[in-house]
Write a protein that binds this ligand. Structure first.
Ligand SMILES: Nc1nc2c(c(=O)[nH]1)N[C@H]1C(S)=C(S)[C@@H](COP(=O)(O)OP(=O)(O)OC[C@H]3O[C@@H](n4cnc5c(=O)[nH]c(N)nc54)[C@H](O)[C@@H]3O)O[C@H]1N2
Ligand SMILES: Nc1nc2c(c(=O)[nH]1)N[C@H]1C(S)=C(S)[C@@H](COP(=O)(O)OP(=O)(O)OC[C@H]3O[C@@H](n4cnc5c(=O)[nH]c(N)nc54)[C@H](O)[C@@H]3O)O[C@H]1N2
Ligand code: SF4
Ligand SMILES: [Mo]
Length: 686
């Protein structure tokens, strides 16, 4: 028997844990701890521990499929490529759009944006970061000049006060939660604010339940209390920031007195006062946030407010401090870094800057690429498809499943059905793939080499452990094949991911100093500008990445969510995740050990609310919003604040996104997944 261990990086969350895939006679059959792994030192959460289980699922796509008269027929790669190249060649650039994938490697994301811009000449390329941290990228870039975690995961252990707002760290980034536990063991105070008493909240020294959508009011209230007590860090404010007076003017308003904030949010005044004191008076404090902050029509405002609080208290540019947005997907940081976004090339170089565009054309050896204008975001693409049919006619989706993950699924389906030609490239036949004209079978993480960039900007390797099933191919290879078919032989001549990475390093300033050789054994944090540079674990140490080096305070007023409860839809619906499942479930629901822990969806309803509605625990109820209705089992619990209900969005049987609202943040274009108005009723048998 031939057994080998192949060390690689977890394909689930942005923590970036390392483990060994155990391979027997050429097939992966288990995961084993890799003690040397830099982020997690061998420890894993259940998803990492069972990350082998879906790989050899009998449901894997193994052959290209072409839809003929409404049914899929197996095809050869040549047939599929010929059809795609012919179709892609028949549309105008502005009629085509591409979705890249935070599940795929840096190399693959780089190639997808290059394919869109060079081969299709379309500016319309985006990916699921839009649904996730688009507000972070826009918000933190506006105030610090860089939209990423300011400190590293390990650095959290140095903190003396950890404020977790809108992140269920213990379920969604379990191996980052480990740093929180360590810091707490060393005496750090932990504050958690969340509408639900999550496993994260249960670890807190101070837990503040509150009503979804009131974050800016809470943050402004904390800042008012800090300024009133003279706890702000005047030296930091003077030396490192600007526009403090503008902030002061807003947060000192009566509207943000602790009494008023308490009325808006539901958090007792005493808790707010304690939190303000702990954050301001700690030797060093850090703020951790995730989707509770970003997924709002005021997502960018929320993000800027978190930055306000940490600048006010002088907690940036030092160990144990920072504003730390936890990035979600394994490689969402990398997909953004690689320029799979409609406004930037790799390294956040603006498409609207003509000199940069010329530089890219020269690097890519072409005399024309997509126009230097900002393309459509995912959410805009779907709106255009549904509302202005004919404007976008053709789409190429790699590794995303918008038919379950985008808001207001009926609207998404209507939009995708308006496409004349849809190509979906995935490892399984997803709800989205079923709507495609051509489905391309991709290799999964265990079947290819590549790199991915975790939430702390650490670039790490994936290593091939087995061959893909059937005729499936790595995404990078499919993109190269298609690029060549479209007449760009030289631009897509890559023979390996390593060769693609060399081009990434050449054209991306923050990755200039990286190469595969340098990524072993611990990876490298960007920015890493030269071949000698050790990488950068903590950003903004001396100055912010702004032209004048100063962090910018923003004056932000609280605004309620786009849709608030009324007589007909009297509750706030919020949505999210559980530790055992991953997004649209394509992988975790095919992992026996994970699926058995959480096989069905539910709606969380507060005990008192349930009593008033006459609803019992486990009873199937009807949840409805202005978008649609689903029938779903009730989980009646004291662990969610009154007036708010929660549904995890993993389950196709009870799709939360039938209900969610397609209202967008005006800047980031992120949808408000975290708050809309819902009603819940008993189902009366006819
Ligand atoms: N097991 C598992 N882990 C995951 C994922 C997964 O699908 N499964 N997905 C990954 C991805 S892509 C991401 S982006 C991250 C997301 O990670 P998180 O953001 O931690 O996860 P969510 O459950 O979406 O939301 C976090 C918390 O926000 C709270 N919340 C709801 N409304 C509000 C509000 O208005 N304000 C505030 N402040 N909080 C609110 C919810 O109660 C919830 O506990 O997780 C990553 N990790
Ligand atoms: N209601 C609600 N909706 C949400 C959210 C929420 O909190 N509430 N959160 C949003 C967030 S933060 C996110 S990130 C999105 C996620 O939205 P999606 O990215 O659409 O969700 P996934 O299920 O992760 O889809 C990834 C797809 O990639 C495929 N895949 C995996 N590996 C590979 C590979 O190597 N190659 C290829 N080609 N395909 C691969 C998987 O099978 C799967 O179909 O969901 C968003 N939707
Ligand atoms: S914490 Fe994230 S990266 Fe680590 S094992 Fe769990 S899912 Fe994988
Ligand atoms: Mo995400």
């Amino acid at each position: 028997m031939d057994i080998k261990y192949v060390s690689t990086t977890c394909p689930y969350c942005g923590t970036g844990c390392g483990f060994n895939l155990v391979v027997r006679n050429g097939k992966v059959f288990d995961v084993a701890h890799w003690q040397r792994a830099p982020v997690n030192g061998g420890k894993l959460c259940p998803k990492g521990r069972y990350a082998h289980e879906f790989i050899n699922s009998p449901d894997r796509l193994t052959k290209p499929l072409i839809k003929k008269d409404g049914t899929f027929v197996e095809a050869t790669w040549d047939e599929a490529y010929d059809l795609i190249a012919e179709k892609f060649g028949s549309y105008k650039p502005d009629e085509m759009a591409c979705l890249s994938s935070a599940r795929a490697s840096n190399e693959e994301n780089y190639l997808m944006q290059k394919f869109a811009r060079v081969a299709l000449k379309t500016p319309h390329v985006d990916h699921c970061a839009r649904l996730c941290h688009a507000s972070t990228v826009a918000g933190l870039a506006a105030v610090f000049g860089s939209g990423a975690m300011t400190n590293s995961i390990k650095d959290i252990t140095e903190s003396k006060c950890i404020f977790i707002l809108g992140s269920n760290t213990f379920e969604q980034h379990p191996l980052i939660a480990r740093s929180v536990i360590r810091a707490r063991g060393d005496g750090a105070k932990v504050i958690v604010a969340d509408p639900r008493n999550t496993p994260t909240a249960r670890q807190a020294d101070l837990y503040m339940p509150f009503v979804s959508g009131t974050d800016v009011a809470i943050l402004n209230g904390l800042m008012q209390e800090i300024i009133k007590n003279g706890w702000e860090d005047r030296e930091f404010i003077k030396k490192r920031t600007k526009d403090f007076e503008k902030l002061r003017e807003v947060v000192m308003k009566d509207a943000y007195s602790l009494e008023n904030v308490s009325k808006i949010s539901g958090i007792p005044v005493e808790s707010l006062r304690t939190a303000a004191g702990w954050i301001a008076q700690a030797e060093v404090a850090t703020l951790i946030y995730s989707m509770g902050i970003t997924q709002h029509t005021v997502g960018v405002d929320n993000v800027k407010s978190t930055a306000n609080l940490m600048m006010l208290t002088g907690n940036l540019g030092k160990p144990g401090g920072g504003v730390n947005p936890l990035r979600g997907q394994n490689n969402v940081q990398g997909a953004c870094d690689m320029g799979a976004l409609p406004n930037v090339y790799s390294g956040y170089q603006k498409v609207t800057d003509e000199a940069t565009r010329e530089k890219m054309m020269e690097a890519w050896g072409v005399d024309d690429i997509a126009e230097g204008k900002v393309g459509y975001t995912v959410t805009e693409m779907i709106n255009i498809l549904a509302d202005n049919p004919g404007e976008l006619r053709c789409m190429y989706i790699m590794g995303e499943n918008p038919m379950l993950s985008d808001p207001d699924i009926q609207h998404v389906e209507e939009g995708l059905r308006n496409l004349e030609f849809l190509v979906v490239q995935d490892i399984f036949l997803t709800e989205t793939a079923r709507l495609a004209d051509v489905v391309l079978p991709a290799a999964c993480y265990a079947e290819k080499d590549g790199t991915q960039t975790n939430t702390e900007r650490r670039v790490q390797r994936w290593r091939k452990a087995q061959d893909p099933p059937g005729e499936a191919k790595p995404d990078w290879q499919i993109l190269c094949d298609l690029g060549r078919r479209m007449g760009y032989g030289k631009q897509f001549a890559f023979e390996s991911p390593e060769a693609i990475f060399a081009e990434v390093a050449a054209v991306t300033p923050s990755y200039h100093g990286m190469s595969y050789g340098r990524l072993d054994p611990d990876g490298l944090h960007w920015p890493c500008p030269t071949a000698e540079h050790p990488g950068t674990a903590i950003l903004h140490r001396e100055k912010f990445a702004m032209p004048d080096g100063l962090g910018v305070f923003s004056a932000i007023e609280w605004k309620p969510p786009a849709e608030v409860p009324d007589a007909e839809y009297p509750f706030v619906l919020t949505t999210g995740r559980v530790i055992w499942q991953w997004h649209t479930g394509t992988m975790t629901r095919r992992s026996r050990s994970l699926e058995k822990e959480a096989p069905i969806g539910w709606i969380e309803i507060n005990l008192e609310d349930a009593k008033a509605l006459g609803i019992r625990d486990d009873e199937v109820v009807r949840a409805s919003t202005r978008r649609g209705s689903i029938d779903i089992p009730a989980r009646v619990t004291p662990e969610i604040i009154r007036g708010v209900m929660f549904i995890p969005f993993h389950y196709k049987e009870h799709p939360a996104n039938m209900l969610t609202h397609n209202a967008l943040d005006p800047i980031a274009k992120i949808p408000e997944f975290k708050a809309c108005a819902v009603k819940v009723e008993k189902i009366v048998e006819a």
